[in-house]
Design a protein around this ligand. Structure first.
Ligand code: PEP
Ligand code: MG
Length: 312
């Protein structure tokens, strides 16, 4: 897919939906889109833009300085388009840049990146995007360009928000580049405890969905570095405190008609699927190898819930 200049090459026949809960797939590199689409997933729950940027071997600032702004927009748009095309009309959530500075420091131009003691708690995700708005606007312009080509299945998603103010900041940037947030579905990741605790305010910003980033939500809730072997035994996405933040957020989001989702690694764990489908999550998004099993598990839970409601 993705070879025409004018938009979606074809309406792909969406596979018959197996589950009431949407089961989507995470796509890391655009080259993997075809295989991901063939799984019958109900869309892409997470397409990480940083993979596209990191694969250029240059920091965004270096890329723009060397090749120009339009080239950066085109590189992003081409990569996203390959995925949007493969899944069309199934929705594709495209997440704006979220690489910690230590990853950028390895790239050409990396010497200009800040050296941080705690990159995971530092200059990444929406914090950086709202500060370094040049690179953020170019990312949004790539999405806008694709909307104009007819890829109305794209859904921008913003990482690492702390509170409603971050969400409103992202919304204002969308408006600034000419994406109408009232006409396009968009949402944020819930991956800091603060964002889960301010779900009510976040759900009143006009967004359409929230998606749990359990990789980060777990590390920040439990204060366990997700990359530190010494405390790996304490890293538990099913910890009651993590689950409580998620379940409370789902209830709040339901009250505001905001869709809920999970796209962290834990989304493929059967125990997590059981808990979240029981709580009423709208969709789960898993790695390509886990789609089948996740569909089966979700179906099993849904059938049990129907039986239980009939018996009551
Ligand atoms: C997460 O935190 O669960 C997530 C999906 O984002 P990333 O792994 O890219 O931080
Ligand atoms: Mg994350």
């Amino acid at each position: 897919g993705g070879s025409s200049d004018t938009g979606p090459t074809a309406e792909r026949t969406a596979p018959e939906q197996m589950t009431a809960t949407d089961v989507k797939v995470n796509v890391s590199i655009p080259e993997a889109a075809q295989r991901a689409a063939a799984t019958g997933a109900d869309g892409v729950g997470l397409l990480r833009m940083e993979h596209v940027v990191l694969s250029t071997g240059e920091t965004p600032a270096h890329y723009v300085a060397t090749h120009g702004e339009e080239a950066f927009v085109d590189t992003l748009a081409d990569a996203i388009r390959g995925v949007a095309d493969e899944f069309y009309p199934r929705p594709v959530r495209v997440r704006t840049l979220d690489a910690p500075t230590d990853e950028f420091r390895r790239l050409a131009g990396g010497e200009d990146e800040p050296a941080e003691h705690n990159p995971m708690l530092g200059y990444r995700g929406i914090r950086r995007s709202l500060d370094d708005t040049d690179a953020f606007e170019l990312q949004l312009r790539a999405v806008k360009k694709l909307y104009e080509m007819g890829y109305d299945n794209l859904e921008p998603m913003f990482p690492l928000v702390t509170d409603a103010e971050d969400v409103l900041g992202a919304k204002a940037e969308m408006e600034r580049v000419g994406i109408d947030p009232d006409k396009r579905p968009w949402g944020v990741m819930i991956e800091t405890p603060a964002s889960a605790l301010s779900a009510a305010a976040i759900c009143q910003t006009g967004l359409d969905f929230v998606s749990f980033g359990t990789n980060d939500l777990t590390q920040y809730t439990l204060a366990v570095d997700r990359n530190n072997e010494a405390v790996a035994g304490r890293y538990d996405e099913l910890h009651p405190s993590v689950l409580e933040l998620m379940e409370d957020t789902i209830e709040t989001a339901d009250d505001h008609d905001v869709a809920t989702s999970i796209c962290g690694q834990a989304a493929s764990k059967p125990a997590m699927i059981r808990r979240l489908v029981e709580t009423g999550i709208s969709s789960i998004s898993v790695n390509v190898d886990a789609v089948r099993d996740a569909q089966r598990e979700a179906k099993r839970v849904e059938q049990r819930l129907v039986l239980e409601s009939v018996r009551e």
